[in-house]
Design a protein around this ligand. Structure first.
Ligand SMILES: *Cc1c(COP(=O)(O)O)cnc(C)c1O
Length: 376
């Protein structure tokens, strides 16, 4: 094509670094994929057959999807209420469903900060999509550094940032419980801090890994109408292929999120898969225990290597750094050499994040990473 400068594009987008998903090539099943924090287990054959039949019986390919997500929301409410042993903690008016929680993060930003109406506050290292999506919308991001010993948030600095920032003021705080990539849950102090955030600031608590950590703040939601909890089907529910996430919040917030989303944001295939997963959740979530067991095993093994610093994990992934403060190039070498062995992990936040795979995948990772670490 002829050379062309699209000078109608916003200038601030020219330097935006996007989220780059790892390329998986022609033969993804040959790879040991420990970079995405997904479940390593596809649904069992029997369930996949049942899902196929479920599609056959319920899918009208000529029709638009259910734009109200009514059935899916009903099942999500039941799942959340069941998990808290309460009948009426939340109902369908407290739920909005997105094309992955990524879509909900963007909707939250649209609803709160667009047009220089607000900034967001994050504590790094954390999930990169808050920053990327905010930047794509021209929204200012206030970034704090976490304490290096346990990756907790320096609450004095956070409070100062909230008080000081007026151009535009902080409208949303994003926290992850447990955090990615560092795998630590919110501390009691942090939770108390979130409870005291003034009600003109939205607190987003991303609980993408709640089924692994067995920790959730959903019970506290009714007392904090400025809180929003994000969940996803991409991790413990083993449905990353289907892109389904949901927000739980006060109905006034949900009403707005529903207003600004695309009318048919979630394909019928995805809605049915998520419904199916909820109806079969005891079978699907059964692998959580296996993953937690493997996590403990991998953690203790990595910890026993003298030149690694490994942090405890409340989730299905482990964060580590090299003890001696090497520059980025050492990490890049590790990533490249593992890639030669068809192993993928993530280099992020100045360290390495390793998702827990199957027992065989973990053994392979430990053996290959072990060789590299001994060479350093
Ligand atoms: C994986 C992950 C999500 C899930 O995103 P989806 O778009 O639902 O797949 C959300 N938040 C965090 C922190 C995650 O790690």
């Amino acid at each position: 094509m002829t050379s062309f400068t699209p000078n109608f594009i916003r200038e601030d987008l020219l330097n935006l670094s996007a989220y780059v998903p790892t390329p998986i090539g022609n033969n993804p099943t040959e790879l040991t994929r420990l970079d995405g924090n997904e479940s390593p287990y596809n649904l069992p054959t029997q369930l996949r057959e049942k899902l196929g039949l479920f599609y056959q019986n319920n899918l009208e390919t000529n029709r638009y999807p259910d734009g109200s997500h009514w059935k899916l929301k009903t099942l999500i409410a039941e799942y959340i209420n069941d998990s808290q042993n309460q009948d009426h903690l939340i109902n369908i008016n407290n739920i909005s469903v997105g094309n992955g929680s990524d879509e909900l993060i963007r909707s939250i930003l649209l609803a709160t900060c667009l047009n220089q109406k607000g900034s967001i506050l994050v504590a790094n290292p954390t999930f990169s999509m808050y920053n990327i999506l905010a930047q794509s919308l021209g929204i200012k991001v206030i970034s704090l550094k976490r304490n290096e010993d346990n990756f907790s948030i320096n609450l004095d600095l956070a409070n100062q940032a909230i008080i000081k920032e007026s151009n535009p003021p902080v409208k949303v705080i994003f926290v992850v419980h447990p955090n990615s990539p560092t795998a630590n849950s919110l501390t009691a102090d942090e939770i108390q801090w979130l409870k005291e955030i003034p009600s003109n600031v939205l607190v987003v608590i991303d609980e993408a890994y709640a089924e692994f950590s067995q920790k959730t703040l959903v019970k506290d939601l009714p007392n904090h109408p400025n809180w929003l909890i994000l969940r996803t089907f991409s991790k413990a529910f083993r449905l990353a292929a289907h892109r389904v996430g949901y927000a739980i919040a006060h109905e006034k917030i949900i009403e707005i999120l529903e207003k600004i989303r695309l009318p048919y944001n979630l394909p019928s295939f995805s809605q049915l898969a998520a419904q199916f997963a909820l109806e079969n959740r005891s079978l699907i979530l059964a692998t959580v225990e296996e993953t937690i067991g493997e996590k403990e095993r991998v953690y203790h093994q990595l910890k026993s290597w003298y030149n690694l610093r490994v942090w405890p994990s409340d989730s299905n992934f482990i964060y580590l750094r090299l003890v001696d403060s090497f520059d980025d190039s050492m990490y890049q070498t590790i990533i490249r050499k593992l890639k030669d062995k068809k192993i993928m992990i993530r280099h992020t936040g100045g360290g390495l994040r390793i998702s827990i795979g199957t027992e065989r995948e973990n053994d392979y990772l430990l053996s290959e990473l072990g060789k590299l670490i001994r060479e350093i």
